[in-house]
Design a protein around this ligand. Structure first.
Ligand code: ADP
Length: 167
C-alpha cells in the first residue's frame, strides 16, 4: 500500500489572506492531504485567537470545496508537529527576495532539525505578492477597505472585531 502524501502549511494566518489561499489551493493539488497549521502564539497583537483562526480557515476551505485540506492548531516545534501527524512536506509561500532570506534560513534549520522532512516553496501569483496579514490588520484597524485582500467571510469578521476593539 502506498503512503499518503501529506503536507503541512504553517503560519500565523492572522487573518488568512487571498495570498495564503492561493498557496493552499495550489499546494493541495500536489499532495493527498494538506494540513493548514496555525501556530499557537500568545501575542497581544493578535486580532483573532488561534482557535478562531483555525475555524475561519476551516470554514473558508469548506466553502471553496477544497478537498483534502483541513485546519489545525499546533504548539511547539513545527518539525515535531509535522512528524506527529505524519507529514513529509513543509509547504511555504514566497512573495519576494525578502521572504526568501527568512525562508531559506528556516528551511535549512528545519532540515537540520527535521531529517527527511522536505520544504517545498510555491512562488506567489503576482497579484498577491503585496498581501501581508500585518498590513491588512493595519488597514482594517484604520477603517480602510480590505475587499479583495481577504475572503468575504473573513473580511466581515475582521471589520466586526476591529470595530468592537475601537469602541
Ligand atoms: P506572516 O509572516 O504575515 O505572519 P504567515 O506566518 O501567516 O505570515 O505566513 C505563512 C506562510 O505563508 C509563509 O510561508 C509566508 O511566506 C506565506 N505567505 C504569506 N503571505 C503570502 C502571500 N501573499 N503570497 C504567498 N505566500 C504568502
Amino acid at each position: 500500500m502506498s503512503q499518503i502524501r501529506r503536507a503541512i502549511y504553517a503560519g500565523s494566518f492572522d487573518p488568512l489572506t487571498y495570498g495564503h489561499l492561493n498557496i493552499i489551493e495550489r499546494g493541495c493539488r500536489l499532495v493527498d492531504e494538506l494540513v493548514v497549521a496555525v501556530a499557537h502564539n500568545h501575542s497581544k497583537r493578535n486580532v483573532f485567537s488561534p482557535q478562531e483562526r483555525v475555524d475561519m480557515i476551516q470554514a473558508t476551505v469548506e466553502e471553496r470545496g477544497l478537498r483534502g485540506v483541513r485546519a489545525s492548531l499546533f504548539e511547539g516545534l513545527l518539525v515535531d508537529h509535522a512528524r506527529s501527524i505524519g507529514a513529509q512536506v513543509l509547504l511555504r509561500g514566497l512573495r519576494s527576495v525578502k521572504d526568501f532570506e527568512y525562508e531559506f534560513q528556516m528551511a535549512l534549520t528545519n532540515k537540520e532539525l527535521g531529517g527527511d522532512l522536505e520544504t517545498v516553496f510555491l512562488v506567489t501569483e503576482g497579484k498577491y505578492a503585496h498581501l501581508a496579514s500585518s498590513l491588512i490588520r493595519e488597514i482594517a484597524a484604520m477603517g480602510g477597505p480590505v475587499t479583495g485582500m481577504v475572503p468575504p467571510g473573513i473580511e466581515s469578521r475582521l471589520v466586526e472585531r476591529l470595530r468592537n476593539n475601537r469602541s
